[in-house]
Design a protein around this ligand. Sequence first.
Ligand code: NAD
Length: 278
Amino acid sequence: MNINDRANLKDGNTMPWLGLGVYLLGDGSEAERTIAWAVEAGYRLIDTASFYKNEAGVGMGIRACGLPREELFLTTKLWNNEQGYENAIIACENSLRRLKTDYLDLYLIHWPGQDKARRLKTWEALLELKSQGKVKSVGVSNFKIHHLDEIMAAFGEAPVVDQVEMHPFYPQEELRAYAKEKGIVLTAWGPLFHGHIRDAKGIDAIGAHYGKTGAQAVLRWHLQNGVAIIPKSSKKERLIENADIFDFELNDADMRALGSLNNGTSYGGDPDQFTMGF
Ligand code: NAD
């Protein structure tokens, strides 16, 4: 596996396994500068959201980075108050306008919420946006198995991507097995413990077996589990560190050791209970 390898999505498109998360990056020069460093380090996927309020800066970064748009993979998400059929169509237009791009590579529903009918209408809008070519692939985020089942029951096909919280404290093994069976590619958000990496004792020692850091070992663990990653950093040296994970392979014992850090800690909480912004 190398940095240019891509996951095969069920709709025929492909997605880089490694991307840059930009939550909490400042809109404007911080986003622009970080994207330039990331692209230089080999990242080709940028993961933003309307909620992050930095789509304009991300768009600037993409235009300024020197690569043609089609060599980059751009993901954004519609926020909870943008759910519903009409709202979702407008939300996508607004994101495209802020990003100053003609299309998205991947458009996600950020959180499922508690209103099934509204959620399914939102999904219907995403399918429409895909058929119009405004979005190449459509997916979801923070959807649990029952939410994915619901989409399959209503539309006959699963989302191609589900972006969910995942790290060794919260490995989501059941969802991973389900996604594998259904051909859904999972992307881990918070792949480095959502900023709580210092709480993860023992990861540095595992990284040291390979001359790598604990963060690199954890990112590698995700990839070897078949999960895409979008670690966030605004520091050049960490961007480089987090991308420098394609020249080693964790052995089975170290894969198990990282998996055994599972302690049920979720920083995002249960998506069924997440009601912010709805
Ligand atoms: P993360 O696990 O990527 O952790 C990021 C933090 O870890 C950084 O702010 C930095 O403090 C630290 N860090 C980064 N590289 C490091 C390194 N090499 N060594 C030590 N510390 C390091 O957490 P995240 O930002 O929550 O998740 C990544 C991305 O996922 C976000 O930026 C965003 O794009 C996405 N996300 C999505 C959702 C969702 O609901 N879909 C929720 C949260 C985040």
